[in-house]
Design a protein around this ligand. Structure first.
Ligand SMILES: Nc1ncnc2c1ncn2[C@@H]1O[C@H](COP(=O)(O)OP(=O)(O)OP(=O)(O)O)[C@@H](O)[C@H]1O
Ligand code: SF4
Ligand SMILES: [Mg+2]
Length: 378
């Protein structure tokens, strides 16, 4: 496989504009994604973070057209490589899936069929988009397994998924996602099920392949350490909306809104006193059937009382550019959040926030990320 010279790093690849994914249910309309906008450029990684149920997966599945013919209504715009995806026919979308955009799921066992060999499944993914013989497709599967670091790929190509370890299955799934060399890869919690060493190897592999093919990655994760390590930009989601968006080293060091502060403060810090309690965000994520009025975070936000005129509970804050920054968007009514964060939140000493800031600055590698395929440090 040769890298694409036509893929210019930094060129806009994906634009999502005012995306809404609403599910009709017996209890009412679930507004899982409600007016989401963001961009991803070629060769870049966007990290999407947010608590469970914030709409990370649902918004990404919309890019793949996987809500079609379900209880979902999808509106807005999703433009990939200049093509508007939401107006494509099912057949046109099917041809895009796998070829122009592919997904790596958290659990490779649910994505790999247990009755077919790993190689047959990768070969089949290739044959869907390429008119080649079975033997040529199998050769391609061997090539992909080699590329993702499976030892003796010409032998392992005939193994069934259960004969692979968890890490090898995830590698195989990455090979399957990349077999048609898509411009955009969506990785939904790709390493959550793996132990920390294998997780580091998989992240390294993704980064290496991304460089080789100038592909864009959307990395959905709960782990801000992974975001600090992998992402060029971060999008923080809450209740189906973007609440903060900006470059990784800007957003994680100068976060502008209390929900992001909460996420950062709840990160465990391996270098601090293990007896220190974690600081989870109090309360629960909002109901998407009847979300709170105003800022959806207001019932949990300890800073809401500082904002005059009950604005937090009555008026939805707009996602706005922070003054004086090149690109940093935040959705919050609080005045001078930068000073509040540094003088009050950080002053209280939440270890996680400082640890992530240090990781961004390259001072504190959270986990060993430079391991070879066999797990040895390189
Ligand atoms: N088909 C559906 N019908 C109704 N509600 C749905 C449907 N699919 C997803 N939802 C709801 O949409 C919301 C957003 O789900 P989503 O899977 O995007 O969350 P997430 O941010 O990926 O969370 P997690 O971190 O747990 O994976 C959830 O409340 C979920 O229950
Ligand atoms: S808008 Fe108000 S409730 Fe929402 S995060 Fe900002 S201060 Fe908190
Ligand atoms: Mg999810």
């Amino acid at each position: 496989m040769t890298p694409h010279e036509d893929r210019v790093v930094g060129e806009q690849l994906l634009t999502v504009k005012d995306l809404r994914v609403h599910f009709k249910t017996h209890d009412g309309m679930v507004k899982a994604v409600d007016g989401l906008s963001y961009d991803v450029a070629r060769g870049q990684t966007l990290g999407i973070v947010g608590e469970s149920g914030s709409g990370k997966s649902v918004s990404s599945l919309a890019i793949l057209g996987l809500h079609r013919n379900t209880n979902a209504t999808v509106t807005g715009e999703i433009t990939l490589g200049g093509v508007e995806l939401l107006t494509l026919t099912d057949e046109e979308m099917r041809r895009k899936r796998g070829r122009d955009v592919a997904m790596i799921f958290q659990d490779p066992l649910s994505a790999l069929h247990p009755y077919y060999t790993v190689g047959a499944q990768i070969a089949e993914a290739y044959r869907i988009h390429n008119d080649v013989s079975k033997s040529a497709a199998k050769k391609r599967a061997v090539e992909m397994l080699g590329l993702v670091g499976i030892p003796q790929p010409d032998r392992r190509v005939d193994d069934y998924p259960h004969q692979f370890s968890g890490g090898m299955r995830q590698r195989a799934m990455i090979g399957m996602a990349l077999v048609n060399d898509p411009g955009l890869i969506i990785a939904d919690e790709p390493t959550t099920a793996l132990d920390v060493t294998v997780q580091a190897q998989i992240l390294d592999l993704l980064q290496k392949l991304q460089k080789e093919f100038n592909s864009a990655i959307i990395m959905i994760t709960h782990d801000l350490g992974v975001v600090a390590e992998m992402a060029d930009e971060v999008l923080v989601m809450y209740g189906g909306k973007a609440v903060e968006n900006g470059p990784t080293n800007e957003l994680l060091v100068h976060p502008q809104m209390p929900y992001t502060w909460g996420l950062l403060s709840s990160v465990p810090d391996i270098t601090s006193d293990p007896n220190l309690p974690l600081r989870p965000i109090p309360g629960n994520p909002p109901s998407l059937l009847s979300p709170p009025s105003g800022c959806a975070f207001h019932p949990r936000c300890t800073f809401a009382a500082r904002v005059p005129d009950n604005l937090c509970s009555t008026t939805v804050p707009a996602l706005e550019q922070i003054e004086g920054k090149t690109f940093h968007l935040s959705r919050c009514h609080l005045r001078d959040p930068e000073a509040v964060y540094h003088n009050e939140v950080l002053a209280e000493g939440p270890a996680g926030a400082s640890a992530i800031a240090a990781q961004v600055a390259g001072v504190l590698p959270n986990a060993p990320r430079h391991l070879d395929a066999e797990g040895g440090e390189s």
